[in-house]
Design a protein around this ligand. Sequence first.
Ligand SMILES: Nc1nc2c(ncn2[C@@H]2O[C@H](COP(=O)(O)OP(=O)(O)OP(=O)(O)O)[C@@H](O)[C@H]2O)c(=O)[nH]1
Ligand SMILES: [Mg+2]
Length: 225
Amino acid sequence: MKVVIVIPTFNEFGNIQTLLAELNNQFRLMKHDCHVLVVDDNSPDGTAALVRVLKQRYDNLHLLTGEKNGLGAAYIRGMTYAMETLQADVLFEMDADFSHKPEDVPRLMAEIDAGADFVIGSRYVPGGTIPKEWAWHRKLNSWGGNAVARNVAGIYGVRDCTAGFRAMRTSLLRKINLSELRVQGYAFQVALLHAVKVAGARIKEIPVEFVERAEGESKLGLHDI
Ligand SMILES: Nc1nc2c(ncn2[C@@H]2O[C@H](COP(=O)(O)OP(=O)(O)OP(=O)(O)O)[C@@H](O)[C@H]2O)c(=O)[nH]1
Ligand SMILES: [Mg+2]
């Protein structure tokens, strides 16, 4: 199967090179044809220029650039490109800042291989964790976001509705009109989960340890909260 890891970036110059090296180490352990698509929104720190240089080293590396319109808009652009141009069978959502561990990629993929359509790297199933450094308001925000998602959107049976580390079959995604989700920021994660649930996805949650970002600054804004 062709697998594309979609990684949105905004000012991730300090993370992207190491992340690509570690992902490619994982790909060697996997039996699939694995690629990375970086979706950069003209980061002022030169993330895209660095990725262009790294493209000479990795022939499985792809880059999309564009205007900054938030995380959801970047994912919609990246997922559409991964499906239509790269012809992906499976795609991943993943952050660039090492909060999502490269060594968990094969674990998520194994659940797809076992028959799931949509796999969530979950902080809120037994074995999953959030950073111990998180202040109370960060915990409250994450817990509150989940509570709203579960009860307002009616996504019962899923513990981590706002997770950003997920693997999905494109055969499932093709049933959804991504541009109709009409959310640009972090709420995209919840809107997509709701849409795949309505589309009848076989959803699987597996525990992951979510760690604090390695380098750079958070982009989670008050607006997203
Ligand atoms: N292309 C693009 N990427 C974005 C945008 N906003 C955030 N990102 C990326 O999306 C991923 C998640 O953003 P983070 O800033 O780490 O958000 P977070 O994980 O909720 O916050 P922290 O816990 O502080 O790291 C990172 O890879 C960011 O670089 C955006 O507007 N456009
Ligand atoms: Mg982060």
